[in-house]
Design a protein around this ligand. Sequence first.
Ligand SMILES: [Zn+2]
Ligand SMILES: [Zn+2]
Length: 759
Amino acid sequence: MEDPKLEKHFKSHRSTVTSLSFSPNTKQLVSGSLDACLFLWPFKPQVRAYRFVGHNDAVHSVCFSPSGHLIASGSKDKKVRLWIPSVKGESTVFKAHTAAVRCVDFASDGQSLLSSSEDKTIKIWTVHRQKFQFSLNQHSNWVRCAKFSPDGRLIVSCSDDKTVKIWDRNTNECMHTFYEPHGFLNDVTFHPSGTCIGGGCTDASVKIWDIRTRKLIQHYANHVASVNSVAFHPNGNYLLSASSDATLKIFDLLEGRLIYTLHGHQGPATSVAFSKQGDFFASGGQDQQVLVWKTNFETAPSFVESTNTTSNKYTNGNDTSSNDYIASARVSSSTNQQKKTQISSLREKSQPETSDERGARKIDVFNGKSAYPTYGDGDRLEITNIGPAYENGISRSNSASACLVNSEPMSNAISKTNNRTTYGAQSNVNQAYAPQLANTLEHIVQQLDILTKTVAILETRLTMTEIIQLTVEQSYMATTDNPEWFSTKQIDNNLFLTNENHFFEGNRANIWLIRGAARDLIIDCGLGVCNLKKHFENLNLLNKDRECLVLCTHSHFDHCGGAKHFENDSQILIHRDDYQGLRDGREKDTLNYVRSAHFDQAPYRNFSAREYRVPATKCESILDGHRIDLGADDEIMVSHAPGHTPGSIVCYYPKTKSLFTGDLVYDCDHGDELIDWVPTSSVNDYLRSANRMIDWLEEHEIERVYPGHGRIFTNKKRAQDILREYIDSKDDCCSKARGSCMQTMVSGFLKMGCFRCCQ
Ligand SMILES: [Zn+2]
Ligand SMILES: [Zn+2]
């Protein structure tokens, strides 16, 4: 293993750096500071850093959303802000607490946000509309830190009341309390496996508890002052800590020992964070510096909780007396065919580790006197731009390793740059826009999903010309039989629901399989990045001797991308008005909001989101009133319901009194979120279809509504309500901010023309 190396160095904050978070794609890093600002640092050279101003007091915590489309910040001003990480620095704000906010964290699904505060509470909010959901109230002092578990089911919190609590998010109950007699924890976080928690304590220790056995299992006493921040490497094998003793330390959790001490900060180190892939980490300090380091650990894909790891879950923990009872998954990069999850053990080691120097490596960026000669080996390091301080100082050396061994101390380099700042302008955002646009700002952020999808369209258009059809075919052929890609559950006697759980939830479509009396029907078929047909065959849900039909509710990529895999053996049906889009694989009809950040796991080796396309697919067109005979009296009836696309349909299944609605209606916070603004949409058509559907549902006995996305409706009234909300939201379109703001926003801001207007 190579030693960690200092890669970049940013200094523009005017006070202590309190918190750091990498964007999921590791292209940006956000930092928060006691100076009340956030800085968004780019990793590309010649790209400016942005300063975000909005909080009225110290920023204590920053966090990128799992999709990378939002940054949350919590401040001493009692408020939480949600920022769009772009040049504009727009944010929406809400008063979250009655005292300083100490910590913010997104759940891994991106839907919920938590905040913890000096008011002794932890509060959970929806991200979309910042609706308060519930609070956790049992701490009797400041809640310094709270975090979601990787699967989102648990929350861990630490407080100045000297306790650490584990909460069940569903019941809002405290499941366990750890007591910390010698101090309190400044920071606590879940191990990527979700089975352990690690924390940094004011008594200078780093501790790891197993939450299943509820025992302290590792205890490191290597620091000599308060430990302010800890972070687990995504592969689960290392822990990084930042301390007021001015050092960062890296612990090997499998061996249970300190392996590195890093000296980079002058004064207390206050914050550390790993990038999502674990190839970088960042540290912040009271010295106002942000340092970015390359880990050089064995690189591993981010820890992915496989669907079969239920034994890792809190509720299934067995209390065994073996030393090896703590299983932590470790992803080995050495296997070359498929990345396999190998289980190794995190051994119990609760004796404090104190022999700081024994076996541990020391890296000091001040005097450059490293015990290790590898720093001279500069050509492996890809330093591009180290920011203003570096520019003026030590960057003169051609050797990339200069930042570590150059004779000019970094502190000198920094002191030269006091007057120089290159960050972007922050506050001229609103001035450039009409006043009414400023009024819609808050709503814009609430409609962030829509905005980011819009940006995605733009990006896609820009890259379209670079892609040739050949790549589409090639990437299509590369799709494999990945057993982890799909998850299927039985909903009803003859109904199965399949999802692509490693794909962005916002665009993840429901795949329905109906096992009919004589033949089967698949309604919508996912992205097509893995082979759905093979998946069903593996589950014995499709048989070669039974006919299977495929019906696409409309031509969008998330619903018909997978049809290609059925082309040879099945009839693929789509409404006439969406037919050509699928037949020709036309992007203007199939759309394509697929981005690499939308995948938390690659569907197959060398998958490239950039090259994703819906391929031209052999299909047949159908019309309103079409009936699909599943044998015996088993029948599906197709109804045309245009709006979202010209050829959108819904399917009625009388036998089970159910309706499949595609994207016409699904369960969401508010009906105005239904998507009628994409290039394939027509608001007028949508309004007509919505009105018709409300009436149709009224007239029919419907027990279940199965939408194209999200939850099943168990009550048709809920579907009707959402459609009514949708209709109502169009009534005041263009007269009020709601509904029209995206149009103004998009045409003004992205210069893309208006596609959400009242036609
Ligand atoms: Zn759609
Ligand atoms: Zn959809």
